[in-house]
Design a protein around this ligand. Structure first.
Ligand code: NAP
Length: 282
């Protein structure tokens, strides 16, 4: 144990948060870079009603980094001193850096989507189907539009999809081309796409045996991306693999948003392979 009175704290807040993989991932990174005497990453359950007080605590105790998860990503914005332009555009903050007492908010979630996809090739001019219209879908749609991808949103509740489009509108000349309710007759349209992304809860928890896209619609040319990371390989990804499609696990999204966050907190390049290994072990 190398923690001392000089060690800086980074904390993930949310409700619930005990399941979070962020502490293990960041602490493994600190250890690998031999800075685990300078930084420690922990977690705190913060109820909605306590968010304002929690931010006061962050200021009072000089917490260096604050990672936010559900339900704080939007409401936290009003308690910060500055918000980066991208986070303002997305309308959510998942990363707060304490710079000499000033709290600045960022959003790294969209990079968790775009960076793993870029490893498989150029994104500009591609077509993507995003299934879902909640927080994860928001980050996906923003990132894809920014990279010049044409996006189609499928969601069970049409109103939420329309809200998402309204909030992002046109980015970088690209736009969300079409919105559909998520019944399977519409999901057939995914065949025309290059990339299919799941941002729903289908595949996890009580929906573990479900998939957002029937296997018959998945083809070899597709890149299939699942935001769900528990289980590590969802039914959606297993079936895509069987069809010969390229797949990206939800742990890659978690990892890549975390790598950027790590660099913002420590000022050092994150050890990608070490941090990935932690996510595969859990
Ligand atoms: P959210 O804001 O609550 O949105 C949930 C989305 O899933 C909504 O579009 C909802 O549709 C849809 N949905 C839920 N149950 C459904 C069902 N039975 N059938 C069809 N659609 C359903 O949640 P979120 O934060 O976006 O998270 C979504 C998923 O992404 C979760 O599995 C979460 O764990 C994962 N995630 C992963 C990462 C990562 O780093 N890998 C990051 C964030 C989230 P309606 O609009 O119709 O309700």
């Amino acid at each position: 144990m190398r923690i001392s009175g000089r060690t800086k704290m980074c904390i993930i807040i949310g409700d619930p948060v005990a399941h979070s993989l962020s502490p293990a991932m960041h602490n493994a990174g600190y250890k690998a870079l031999d800075i685990d005497d300078q930084f420690v990453f922990t977690a705190a359950t913060v109820k909605n009603k306590d968010l304002k007080d929690a931010i006061k605590g962050v200021r009072a105790m000089g917490v260096r980094g604050l990672t936010c998860t559900i339900p704080h990503k939007i409401r936290i914005m009003k308690y910060l001193d500055e918000i980066d332009e991208t986070a303002k555009r997305i309308g959510a903050v998942n990363t707060v850096v304490n710079i000499n007492g000033k709290l600045k908010g960022y959003n790294t979630d969209w990079l968790g989507v775009v960076n793993p996809l870029k490893k498989l090739g150029k994104l500009e001019g591609k077509k993507a189907a995003v299934i879902g219209a909640g927080g994860a879908a928001h980050a996906m749609v923003y990132g894809l539009l920014k990279e010049g991808v044409q996006v189609t949103i499928y969601n069970r509740t049409v109103k939420k999809a329309l809200n998402l489009i309204e909030s992002l509108k046109i980015i970088n000349g690209s736009q969300v081309s079409f919105v559909s309710s998520m019944d399977l007759s519409h999901v057939e349209g995914v065949a025309d796409c290059d990339i299919i992304l799941n941002a729903t809860n289908l595949g996890m928890g009580e929906y573990k045996s479900k998939t957002p896209v029937p296997k018959k619609f998945i083809q070899k040319h597709h890149i299939v991306f699942d935001a769900v990371y528990a289980p590590y390989e969802t039914k959606f990804l297993k079936e895509a693999k069987e069809k010969g499609a390229k797949i990206i696990h939800g742990t890659e999204m978690l990892l890549h948003q975390g790598l950027v966050q790590f660099e913002l907190y420590t000022g050092k390049k994150a050890p990608e392979d070490v941090m990935r290994k932690v996510l595969h072990k859990i």
